[in-house]
Design a protein around this ligand. Structure first.
Ligand SMILES: [Cu+2]
Length: 150
């Protein structure tokens, strides 16, 4: 019974802290990472897993580590993988986990201000159509399966 009471108290505390934060973040972001780049690279790919509680859209990405952020996708065009910018953002269906990953949807940091070195942290601010902006730190790391990653 003591355990139940404790759970009830912490749920109430969580609800109270959520109520204070306005507007409430409706999208959670996890597992953010960026590919390492060499000095002078024009762009760097970053990836993150997003889950929106209600239907939303990732509409913009900003980072102090780069000139600007873009949202890109990859698609086959005449047998060639091509990258293009999603100018109206990326759809986030309600309750569904959307993983940005190599060879698919990704964040492109245009004009990194310094080379992204393995192990460094890159702050990313993700902006949504409805939900509150989310700032996360992406870790710079080499993809686990370089052969698989386009
Ligand atoms: Cu790209």
């Amino acid at each position: 019974m003591k355990t139940l009471t404790l759970i009830a108290v912490s749920v109430a505390a969580l609800a109270a802290s959520a109520a204070q934060a306005a507007p409430a973040a409706k999208v959670t972001a996890s597992d953010a990472w960026c590919r390492p780049t060499v000095a002078g690279a024009m762009a760097a790919g970053c990836y993150v897993t997003l889950t929106a509680k209600g239907e939303d859209r990732l509409v913009a990405v900003e980072s102090p580590a780069a000139g600007r952020g873009e949202i890109h996708t990859m698609s086959m065009d005449g047998g060639v993988m091509r990258m293009r910018q999603l100018t109206d953002g990326l759809a986030l269906p309600a309750g569904k986990t959307v993983a940005l990953k190599p060879g698919a949807d990704h964040i492109m940091l245009i004009g990194p201000k310094a080379a992204l070195k393995e192990g460094a942290k890159v702050p990313l601010t993700l902006k949504f159509k409805t939900g509150a902006p989310v700032t996360i730190e992406a870790v710079v790391k080499t993809p686990p399966m370089p052969g698989m990653a386009h």
